[in-house]
Design a protein around this ligand. Structure first.
Ligand code: NAD
Length: 488
């Protein structure tokens, strides 16, 4: 196949001279002083000059991103700790490693994923050929939240880079140390013509949302998700919304309670409960409520000791606003099975398990997003399914059971971003699985190939030789022959 036939191939070969060359052709670098509109404009100009198209350039940028993470581990762990009180080991495992994994998974596959894909044309069109090619959407805006401030900024960015886009990243103002570090490091390691970081809060983001983007990828709460979608709608910009909500767990009477308790405790109390896919509440049969609460309690002691406030493995709440919101969800009575201790000065809330909880309790009215775990009683799996289906579609749903029929029931009769049997958070850790929500928990997905496609446009190409000109069979006037052919 000639280069003319396949423009992608020509770029693959012409890449080495372009790779890592940020100063060719008098290109303008985006500096910290450039205003929002000008920054986005410069990104569009860089995209139009096809800087992001050569495969070697893409691979080099991803390699540099990986190098940036490896060489600045300590600074990253320190910044995330300052923002969230997150233990360094947790940042290493749940933030840095996940982005590195994504880079390692995506980089060697870009060429395969972007190959043209031949498709047969209907016989009426013959002779003719058709195929699809993936092309980058253009300049994408990534808006990220504070709870995994590195991972949720860079994982979408890896997918967007792999697909060949320019990226404008807007990290969260609520994790200012990580956001500032990201701005400094991305400016240093990545091509400044094609990637920009804009820091700021509501007014800066509002200004950003007025700019023309080819895709907006937003991670955060649903209220702001709706604002983002409205702003995108004005310019018909496609959006990915990675939102949250209450992710339920069902534990049936057949489940191994020890395993369930350990995994639920890990899922809930990692990052002090501030994980979007953390188990938000547990439904279990009446007889299992207390044994399960006791076993989860035992696991929290194993994880964080008798006084989690002194544990180096236990995180803190991000700020006083979130702390005060969480305090209001804590009941004052016998519903607290374990935990409930708080220290506002240190933004500390102990791992807390609640029992005797009713669906109309405050803790069941919103996503908890903190280290509080209510356990509610239901009679059986069917009641659990009804309970879940009466509420907005969750980002994740977890089921602990030994019964195949129960698995099938949840697989067929519930709808959620992801469904985990005996495994909370597992899908988040794999680049091979699409990650995203449905309904109130979001739209679109990312990670691996799903992320690559989310940031790509699949373009259909058709080609028909001019001789023989069989298409004239379809031209008006519509004769009896044409009518016969259409009936075929
Ligand atoms: P946040 O407050 O950091 O907000 C997220 C982003 O939105 C920030 O960059 C912020 O600057 C921007 N923003 C805030 N208000 C805005 C406005 N009025 N207009 C435009 N932009 C605005 O984070 P958050 O929303 O508190 O994050 C927590 C929520 O995110 C939870 O609901 C959680 O479940 C969800 N979440 C989802 C995922 C996922 O992958 N689906 C991951 C993490 C968090």
């Amino acid at each position: 196949m000639s280069e003319e036939d396949n423009p992608n191939m020509a770029e693959v070969r012409n890449t080495t001279e372009n790779a890592n060359n940020a100063s060719d052709s008098g290109a303008t670098e985006i500096t910290g002083n450039t205003d929002t509109a000008e920054t986005v404009n410069l990104l569009h100009r860089a995209f139009d000059r096809r800087i992001t198209r050569p495969l070697a350039w893409l691979r080099n940028q991803l390699h540099e991103l990986g190098r940036m993470l490896s060489l600045n581990r300590r600074d990253i762990e320190h910044a995330v700790h300052l923002d969230l009180g997150k233990p360094a080991a947790e940042t290493a495992l749940m933030e840095i490693k996940l982005v590195l994994d994504e880079i390692r998974f995506v980089t060697p596959r870009i060429e395969r994923w972007s190959r043209r894909c031949h498709v047969a044309m209907p016989w009426l069109m013959q002779p003719a050929r058709s195929w699809t090619i993936t092309e980058p959407k253009g300049v994408v805006l990534v808006i990220s939240p504070w709870n995994y401030p590195l991972m949720l900024s860079l994982e979408p960015m890896v997918d967007a880079i792999a697909a060949g886009n320019c990226v404008c990243l807007k990290p969260s103002e609520l994790s200012p140390n990580t956001s500032a570090l990201l701005q400094r490091l991305i400016g240093k390691y990545l091509d400044p013509r094609t990637f920009a970081v804009i820091q700021g809060a509501v007014s800066e983001t509002t200004e950003l949302l007025r700019q023309p983007f080819d895709h907006i990828f937003y991670t955060g709460n649903g209220k702001v998700g709706s604002i983002v979608m409205q702003a995108a709608g004005k310019q018909l910009t496609p959006v990915t919304l990675e939102l949250g909500g209450k992710s339920p767990v069902f534990v049936d009477a057949s489940a191994d309670l020890d395993v369930a308790a350990g995994r639920i405790a890990w899922g809930r109390f990692t990052n002090a409960g501030q994980t979007c896919v953390a188990p938000d509440y547990v439904l279990t049969t009446p007889k299992s409520v207390e044994p399960l609460a006791r076993k989860i309690t035992a696991f929290t002691r194993t994880f964080f000791g008798d006084n989690p406030a002194e544990s180096a493995s236990y995180g803190r709440i991000v700020n006083t606003k979130q702390f005060d919101r969480l305090i209001k969800l804590l009941p004052q009575d016998r519903k607290v099975f374990i935990g409930g201790e708080t220290d506002r000065a240190n933004l500390y809330i102990a791992p807390t398990v609640l029992t005797n909880i009713r669906p109309d309790d405050p803790v069941m009215q919103e996503e908890i997003f903190g280290p509080i775990l209510p356990i509610l009683a239901v009679n059986d799996a069917r009641e659990a399914v009804t309970f879940i289906n009466r509420r907005p579609k969750p980002l994740a749903l977890y089921v602990f059971t030994r019964h195949k029929a129960t698995r099938r029931l949840f697989e067929r009769h519930t709808s959620s971003g992801a469904l985990g049997f005996n495994l909370p958070l597992g899908h988040l850790l794999s680049s091979r699985l699409p990650y995203g929500g449905i309904g109130a928990s979001g739209m679109g997905s990312h990670h691996g190939k799903a992320g690559f496609l989310e940031f790509s446009h699949i373009k259909t190409v058709t080609s028909k030789p001019t001789f023989p000109d069989t298409l004239h069979l379809a031209y008006p006037p519509y004769t009896a022959t044409i009518r016969r052919l259409s009936r075929l």
